[in-house]
Each structure stands twice: as structure tokens, then as C-alpha cells.
Ligand binder design. Structure first.
Ligand SMILES: [Ca+2]
Ligand SMILES: [Ca+2]
Ligand SMILES: [Ca+2]
Ligand SMILES: [Ca+2]
Length: 689
């Protein structure tokens, strides 16, 4: 058992050795050591012979390896080539090494015959009279008492796929000789170029370019010329995360450069183009020799790709124009865009607009450095129409120039000039205001008018301003003076579309007075219309209920006293009287009123107290304002307003208002006119009833 075990190991070793030699040495010759056939006067297997006769056989007389060699003897009567040959498949342009051993015995003293290893292109063997030269063979003429090693390196010509190998003996007429051949080898050269360690990358000169340079390795390591059929493979990526994957093999190189006749250490350069400008790229390179042996990977090199240097400015704009004015304080410019270079190439850069008003035009200097407006722009197609709208104060003439700048800051020359007068366009004056008494008890007035249009667009106005006064325009020297002295009303309606009827009811007006009204409007840029064309509206507001006095104290001893200036008693319950307060924060509250009496006498008073038992100055109340559970909402405190109205809705049909405290809060109801019903409380006042 033990012996058998060793035998198996031995067999495994042998078979391993055979496959190792086949794969590693790549010998293309079949039966290279002439061991296939045993001894005898036969042609060794796989070898071919020419048609002329001579002695050729396997022999054991001299062997270099194994048991046999090839023996060739001349017949001593001819000067010609005697050989055995084999044809093998080869790769065009690859380098092969033919080698073998020869043992030569000439007739004593002759030494004129040659033993040679010969290689020829194609599948035909050499002619019988072919002279062997160094380009096809390697040979010896010397007798030798030992085996001599012959070696011939050859590179396959382009287009050749078969080479023929000869073990040749060239005899000499009249003399005889014998040669032996053994261990013939024909292998492709397998020494790869060394890995490049000098790859460097630099930003190129042209847009999207990077320049690579390196020192050439050799065909074999660092030696030997790189022959026709050699290649450099370059791979690159701008994605650093992909480096390991992409550089793991030479598969699918970005660039494959064929090269030839390059000697070791020669400087090589290559310009990589078409890269993304400004992007950083990572490079590796490999070298393949003409026999297909790839080097290992090079060192890494990195550079960013050059951007396109642009020295060509856009064309000057020659059709700058101003559109007709259609909006308050707006001017729209129009022009045709040039390109990045003249009128070519989509434009990324800016338009620079300079303007000057009539007041400064005589002193203006037109320059890109004083352009007030820079409009950035990206990928504008040349010759497309561009617009830009400026907002400027009206009432003057404006002058414009424009320049174009590309992304490389090349500026066009100045454009043509464009000029326009920008007017001031307030809303049209309202000419049909009417004022009529709406509710004589409350003293409210209804105003009606038609909503005006706003030039230059003809659109809607933004806001109404209505004022009233107890005097007329003529009494104060004209409408403008009147406007400045008059009282602004509260809560003008939101403007409706031009041409629509507008209605507003104004209450809380002075009692028993002739009241004069005017209306104006403003547009979006606060242009103020004229005063309703001088048409003045005056209406008599008869005497109506007033708040004559209020008291607010810490705690709940508050009261409100009303006065009836009319000649008739008024039933306040029938009237629908409502009492409100407005807090300093602007919130309106409506009091509950508990009426003890219902009627306020003509020229008489009506006392409303905050607590049921309170009798200011001994007076019995006519009504009470019961506090809620918390009491909060019914309490009146500093900086409040109190008002009476005909509606539980806040600020509707107001009859009279009293504000008190500092009166500075924005929500403090202030009708402004000393004759208006707003009055401040007087702490020293005594109740009148
Ligand atoms: Ca042999
Ligand atoms: Ca090589
Ligand atoms: Ca340009
Ligand atoms: Ca306007």
C-alpha cells in the first residue's frame, strides 16, 4: 500500500510537469524532441520532408534530451538544402523565438556544410537551393563534439498567419556529413513591457483638453523597442467613486494608441480631448507589446480639463427699442439678442442696461461700468427677442443704452440709443359723485359714483379716499385747501371694475350740519387723481343722537350718557340702539343693554350705567350694561372707543363715537374733525341727568 501511494504521487508530478511546460513555454512545434516514434529510418511524426532523397530518421546516436534526436546525413553528391519542416499558426506582427540544439559531424577537415534552424513565411518550405541568410535562419558551420544551442528571433510580417520551421542541413558537393537536431522550440515572446511609473497629466491648452505624458517602457520590461503592433491603452474617469472598478482591467479603454519603433525612456505625449471643461479626471495607462503581452497598470495621474478660452465678444445690439407705455412707472425695453461670439453661439452672460433721465442727460457718460441694471442670462439662442421692464418714476424722458457680456466677460460695444417719455398717469377723476341723506335719525349719508379707470392701462384703481367737512371748498380758498383741511372717512369700499356703480353709506357724521364731500382715488403707484372735477356735494345732516358724556373708572362704576338734540322723543328700543366698544387691540364688542326706560326725550338725556346699583351723582340710570360672568368684555379701559349704532355688527351705521385715553392706538376710532362726533372724555365732567 505504501509503495502504490508513492507511485500515484509520482504520476501526478509528471502530468503536472507536462502541462506546466506546455502552457508556460507555449512551444508551437509538435514532437519537438523527436521522442514520438522510437528508432528507425522513418520520418519523425508531425514533421514533413521535401521530395528529394536523403537520410533522415530518429536516432539515438546523439541525444540532447530524452532518448532520440533527428538525424540528417547528406548523400555527398549535391549542394542543396536537406530538411524536415513543420508549419505553425502564428499571429501577425508578434515576435517568436525559434531555438534548438544541433550536433554536427562533417567529414574530417571539410567544415563547409551548415546546420541551420530556418523560418520562412507561409506554409511552403524553402526551395532546395535557397541560400540561408541571417534574416531567415541561424546556423553553425563548425564541427562540434557537443550540442550547440541556436536561437533566432523573428517578428511575423503583417498579413502572415503561418510560418514554416526547418531543421536544415545544407550539404557540400563531394562531401558527406551528419547532423543531429533536438529540442526544437518555437514560442511566442512572452515578456511584457514594464508598468509605466511616470504617467503625468496636465491641463491642456484647448477647451476640454488634458495633456498626458510618460516615458516609454521596453518591449520586455524596460528593454527592447516597442514594435509595430504595440499599443497604449488609456482609461480615465471623472468619477472618483468609479476608479477601482474602471481601473481593474484594460477592458474597454477610452483611448487605444497604436505605436511602433518606440525605444525605452522615450518621452510620449498624448492630448486627450472632448472632456467636460473644468472637470477633474483620473488616468491610468497600460502598454501592450507586439506579441500581445500587457504591462501592469501605471501610476495614477490627475488633472482638470481646460475651459474654452473665449476672446470673441457678442455683437453690439442695434435694435434697442422701447415699447409704448402701458403701465404706471414701467418702461419695457425690447431688443434682439446677439450670440456668444458675434451672432453665433448661445449666450450665457449678461445684458447691461444704462439709463439716464432728462435731468442728467447732458452730463451722462455711457459705460458698462455705470450701467444700473445687469440682467444675467443663460443659454439664450442668438437672434431671439428679449424684453426687460424697468420701474422708474414718471414725469420725465428716459434715454437707454445696452451692452452684452459673454461668460468670458467679453463686452459688446454700445447699442443704439432708445428714448421715451414716461408720464404720470393718475386715475381719472370721478365726475359723478352724489351725496344724499340716507337715515335722518342716525344722520347717515349715501354717496354714489362710478368707478374710474386708471391710465395708462385703463385698468382698475387701487384705493378710494373720501373726505368730508362742515365747510365748502370756496370757503377755504379752493378744493385743494379743502382737501387738506377735511376729515378722512373710515372704511371706503374696495374699488370695483372701472365703470361699475359704487355706493358707500357714511354714518357717525356731525349732527345738524351741512356736510360737504369730495372723493379721489389712487393707482398702484399712489398717483392721486384730481378732486372730482370741482363738483362739490353738500348735504344737510339733521340733528341726531349723540354721546354727551362718558365715565370710566377702575372697577365697574362706568356710565355713558346720550343726548337727543332733536325736537322729538326717540324710542331707543324701536330704534334698535346698539352700544359697542373697541379695545385698544382693535377688537369690537357689542354690549347687552338692559333698558329700564325706552325713550330719550326731545332735548333730553339717557343715562346708561355699568352696574345695576350705580347712581352717578345720585341720578337713576335709564339703562344698564350687565357684565358677563367674567366681566371682561363689558369692561371699558384706557385707549378704547365707545360708539352707538343701529347694528350689532361692528362699525356699521354708527351714530356717534367717543374715544378716550391717549388715542394713539391704530384701532382708535378717530374721525379727525373737531366737529365730528369723536370726543375725548373729560375727567372733571359732571353728569347732566
Ligand atoms: Ca530528444
Ligand atoms: Ca515583449
Ligand atoms: Ca464669446
Ligand atoms: Ca395710473
Amino acid at each position: 500500500m505504501k509503495i502504490k501511494f508513492f507511485s500515484i504521487i509520482f504520476l501526478i508530478s509528471i502530468s503536472f510537469f507536462i502541462s506546466f511546460s506546455t502552457i508556460c513555454f507555449g512551444n508551437l512545434i509538435n514532437n519537438p524532441s523527436f521522442e514520438s516514434d522510437g528508432i528507425g529510418g522513418i520520418v519523425p511524426s508531425r514533421w514533413s520532408v521535401p521530395s528529394w532523397a536523403f537520410i533522415r530518421e530518429t536516432s539515438n546516436e546523439q541525444v540532447h534530451s530524452g532518448n532520440y534526436s533527428l538525424k540528417i546525413s547528406t548523400v555527398a553528391n549535391s549542394t542543396r538544402n536537406y530538411y524536415l519542416y513543420q508549419s505553425v499558426q502564428v499571429e501577425p506582427l508578434a515576435t517568436y523565438i525559434l531555438s534548438g540544439y544541433v550536433y554536427k559531424n562533417d567529414e574530417p577537415g571539410v567544415s563547409m556544410s551548415t546546420a541551420s534552424l530556418v523560418i520562412s513565411a507561409g506554409s511552403s518550405p524553402i526551395a532546395y537551393n535557397k541560400t540561408i541568410t541571417s534574416d531567415i535562419g541561424v546556423w553553425t558551420t563548425q564541427n562540434s563534439t557537443s550540442w550547440q544551442y541556436l536561437e533566432k528571433t523573428t517578428t511575423v510580417p503583417l498579413g502572415v498567419t503561418i510560418m514554416t520551421i526547418h531543421c536544415n542541413f545544407r550539404g557540400q558537393l563531394g562531401y558527406s556529413a551528419t547532423v543531429y537536431f533536438d529540442d526544437i522550440s518555437f514560442v511566442k515572446e512572452s515578456s511584457a513591457p514594464a508598468a509605466i511609473t511616470t504617467l503625468s497629466a496636465a491641463t491642456g491648452v484647448g477647451g476640454g483638453e488634458i495633456i498626458l505624458s510618460w516615458l516609454a517602457p521596453g518591449n520586455n520590461g524596460f528593454s527592447g523597442t516597442l514594435l509595430l503592433g504595440s499599443e497604449y491603452a488609456i482609461k480615465y474617469t471623472s468619477d472618483i467613486a468609479q476608479i477601482d472598478t474602471i481601473f481593474s482591467s484594460t477592458q474597454n479603454p477610452n483611448i487605444l494608441i497604436s505605436t511602433s519603433n518606440v525605444n525605452p525612456q522615450e518621452v510620449q505625449t498624448y492630448v486627450v480631448g472632448g472632456l467636460v471643461e473644468y472637470a477633474t479626471y483620473y488616468f491610468r495607462i497600460w502598454t501592450k507589446d507586439n506579441s500581445g503581452n500587457w504591462s501592469e497598470i501605471s501610476n495614477g495621474a490627475t488633472a482638470w480639463a481646460m475651459y474654452t478660452i473665449d476672446f470673441t465678444p457678442p455683437d453690439a445690439i442695434s435694435d434697442l427699442d422701447v415699447l409704448p407705455i402701458t403701465e404706471d412707472n414701467k418702461i419695457t425695453l425690447r431688443w434682439t439678442s446677439p450670440g456668444d461670439d458675434g451672432s453665433q453661439g448661445s449666450l450665457t452672460g449678461a445684458y447691461l442696461i444704462q439709463y439716464a433721465s432728462q435731468t442728467v442727460i447732458d452730463n451722462v457718460s455711457w459705460s458698462t461700468s455705470t450701467a444700473q441694471i445687469i440682467v444675467s442670462t443663460t443659454n439664450v439662442t442668438p437672434l431671439t427677442i428679449q424684453y426687460y421692464t424697468l420701474t422708474l418714476p414718471g414725469g420725465t424722458t428716459y434715454y437707454f443704452r445696452i451692452w452684452t457680456r459673454d461668460e468670458a466677460y467679453n463686452y459688446s460695444t454700445i447699442s443704439n440709443g432708445a428714448t421715451i417719455y414716461l408720464g404720470i398717469y393718475p386715475p381719472n377723476a370721478i365726475t359723478d359723485l352724489t351725496a344724499t341723506l340716507w337715515n335722518s335719525t342716525v344722520g347717515s349719508v349715501m354717496l354714489q359714483w362710478t368707478a374710474p379707470a386708471d391710465p395708462p392701462s385703463g385698468g382698475d384703481i387701487s384705493k378710494y379716499i373720501i373726505r368730508y367737512a362742515t365747510f365748502t371748498a370756496s370757503s377755504v380758498g379752493g378744493a385743494e385747501n379743502w382737501w387738506n383741511l377735511a376729515t378722512d372717512v373710515f372704511g371706503e369700499p374696495v374699488p370695483a371694475s372701472a365703470g361699475s356703480l359704487q355706493i358707500m353709506t357714511i354714518s357717525g357724521l356731525p349732527s345738524g350740519q351741512y356736510i360737504t364731500f369730495h372723493i379721489r382715488s389712487t393707482d398702484t403707484v399712489n398717483n392721486l387723481s384730481d378732486i372730482d372735477n370741482g363738483t362739490e356735494q353738500t348735504v344737510y345732516v339733521p340733528p341726531h343722537l349723540l354721546i354727551s358724556e362718558v365715565q370710566f373708572q377702575t372697577g365697574n362704576n362706568d356710565y355713558i350718557e346720550l343726548y337727543n338734540p332733536t325736537d322729538n322723543p326717540i324710542n331707543l328700543v324701536d330704534l334698535g340702539l346698539s352700544v359697542h366698544r373697541r379695545s385698544s387691540g382693535g377688537t369690537d364688542y357689542t354690549f347687552n343693554i338692559e333698558f329700564l326706560n325706552q325713550t330719550i326725550p326731545a332735548k333730553g338725556y339717557f343715562l346708561i350705567v355699568s352696574t345695576p346699583t350705580y347712581q352717578p351723582n345720585g341720578k337713576s340710570p335709564d339703562a344698564r350694561l350687565p357684565h358677563g360672568a367674567s366681566g371682561t368684555n363689558n369692561n371699558v379701559s384706557s385707549d378704547n372707543s365707545v360708539y352707538i349704532s343701529l347694528s350689532a355688527t361692528a362699525l356699521v351705521d354708527v351714530i356717534d363715537v367717543i374715544a378716550f385715553g391717549s388715542g394713539t392706538d391704530t384701532s382708535f376710532i378717530d374721525f379727525g374733525d373737531p366737529n365730528a362726533p369723536k370726543r375725548h372724555s373729560y375727567s372733571g365732567s359732571a353728569t347732566q341727568s
